[in-house]
Design a protein around this ligand. Structure first.
Ligand SMILES: Cc1cc2nc3c(=O)[nH]c(=O)nc-3n(C[C@H](O)[C@H](O)[C@H](O)COP(=O)(O)OP(=O)(O)OC[C@H]3O[C@@H](n4cnc5c(N)ncnc54)[C@H](O)[C@@H]3O)c2cc1C
Length: 435
């Protein structure tokens, strides 16, 4: 069965919505209405536009959030953005084949591999969203800020989308609705889709802090504190009380002062609740507990606390409504959310385009659930493994040490076998009693 809108589909409505609910029924909307102008919603709009499909993107927030989030993209989406020409002419944006990477704190050496598929694009999430929004608007997406989706009804043939804005409420008639509305997804709740998984046991406090040059000497891979403590950059530094991660902001933003760092602590959650804003004093106290010493920091910005969740929506599609991005999955280790979410958008766009131009029947949209739910499961698996590896405590310490040794050895089976035999230094060590 074909949707039969043809390429380009229904005209996108323009102008300010009328006040109050439409008396004369829903207005004609785009073939695809997208909820949320985050990176996933915007990617979906770009991909659909490239296939000639008009979209309306409804975004509740009046302005894009200035809060720093992701620092870069890792994985298959990097190649997609590059092939779409999105990075062309963009100053300072370079795709890097990752010679090394950290898997839950375990150093991966990818450079000896003949084919290393892992690509990295260092880019602040805000800049990524700007790039995508510019492309989406230029190719015809109708992006409406300050328009919140408050309800929808899928009657099997169309979706009526209820929208609230400062100018009033209205109903949009859409062929399909894509919920790219983040981890607390209204669309997911409205469809009553289960979001099973786990809530982390650690409280992460994070923000931008100045560590004055007099208190810390920066080397290539570390920050050496005045008291002699050495903190490796870009990875969790574990202590008995938790962990501390430090990364210079200047790596992403060349104009940022050298003393400005993204600092994150991780401590057992206890009875604390995560908060969208925390004080500099709370952050300082957390650093002191984790390090066992005071670190002179100042000028805290974007300070907040959070708990890592690890969840996957039970369904990515019900009828004509879809979930993508954080609305469908949240992960307990960094680096995979944007890759997985934006690849959801790429997959969904190609399937919707094929149905809308009549080359595939409506039923093939179920493959979106099958394929991307499986991708979400895989991402859940590897991020949970990374979270376990980077957890605090002696067991995770031992796991990192043992697996690290196995990775470095020529033969991991032999290495682990040797540990069980009781040889003092694992593989290759010939003790007095022979192998
Ligand atoms: C501090 C921090 C660091 C991170 N670092 C990384 C990283 O390094 N790498 C990585 O891959 N990921 C990272 N992430 C995760 C990444 O930011 C998210 O995965 C990403 O933002 C998800 O994109 P999204 O488009 O699915 O959802 P969102 O970015 O959450 O966008 C959803 C949008 O939907 C809108 N919306 C919600 N409800 C409605 C409604 N009813 N009507 C209309 N609009 C609505 C919201 O206003 C929002 O703009 C980080 C996150 C944080 C907080």
């Amino acid at each position: 069965m074909s949707e039969g809108h043809g390429r380009g589909g229904t005209a996108v409505p323009s102008g300010v919505p009328r006040s109050g609910m439409d008396a004369d029924g829903p207005r004609a909307g785009a073939p695809v209405v997208i909820v949320g102008a985050g990176p996933v919603g915007l990617m979906l709009a770009c991909e659909l536009a490239a296939a000639g499909i008009a979209t309306t993107v409804l975004e509740r927030a009046l302005e894009p959030s200035a809060m720093p989030k992701g620092n870069g993209l890792v994985g298959g989406i990097v190649g997609v953005l590059s092939r779409r020409g999105l990075l062309r002419g963009q100053k300072g944006l370079h795709v890097i084949p990752a010679p090394r990477y950290s898997f839950g704190g375990l150093p991966l050496r990818l450079n000896p591999l003949r084919r290393n598929a892992l690509r990295i694009l260092p880019i602040p999430q805000r800049r990524l969203e700007q790039l995508l929004e510019t492309r989406a608007r230029a190719t015809g997406a109708d992006i409406r800020r300050g328009h919140a989706v408050t309800g929808f009804t899928d009657n099997g043939a169309r979706v009526a989308v209820e929208v609230a804005s400062a100018a009033g409420s209205y109903t949009l008639d859409a062929g399909f609705l894509a919920g790219c509305d983040g981890a607390h997804s209204f669309v997911r709740h409205r469809l009553d889709i289960a979001f099973p998984g786990t809530t982390g046991s650690q409280l992460v406090r994070i923000g931008h802090l100045t560590i004055p040059a007099g208190a810390a000497r920066r080397t290539r891979n570390a920050v050496e504190l005045a008291g002699g403590t050495r903190l490796a950059l870009f990875q969790a530094n574990h202590t008995a009380a938790g962990s501390l991660t430090v990364a210079p902001v200047s790596v992403l933003d060349r104009g940022a002062p050298n003393e400005l760092y993204i600092v994150a602590t991780q401590e057992p959650l206890g009875t604390q609740e995560p908060a969208a804003q925390i004080s500099l004093e709370e952050m300082e106290a957390s650093i002191r507990r984790v390090l066992g010493a005071r670190l002179p920091v100042s000028g805290g910005r974007w300070l907040r606390s959070t708990v890592a969740n690890s969840r996957l929506a039970a369904r990515y599609r019900i009828g004509r409504v879809f979930l993508a991005g954080d609305a469908a999955h949240v992960f307990s280790a960094g680096g995979s959310s944007l890759n997985t979410g934006m690849l959801d958008a790429v997959d969904l766009a190609s399937r919707l385009a094929a149905v809308l131009d009549g080359s595939e029947p409506l039923e093939t949209l179920e493959d979106y659930h099958t394929v991307r739910h499986a991708a979400g499961e895989q991402a859940l698996l590897q991020t949970r493994a990374q979270a376990a590896l980077s957890a605090p405590g002696p067991e995770a310490d031992a796991l990192r040490q043992v697996l690290g040794g196995a990775f470095r050895s020529r033969n991991p089976h032999r290495y682990l076998g040797a540990l069980l035999v009781g040889r003092p230094h694992g593989e290759g060590t010939r003790g007095r009693h022979g192998p």
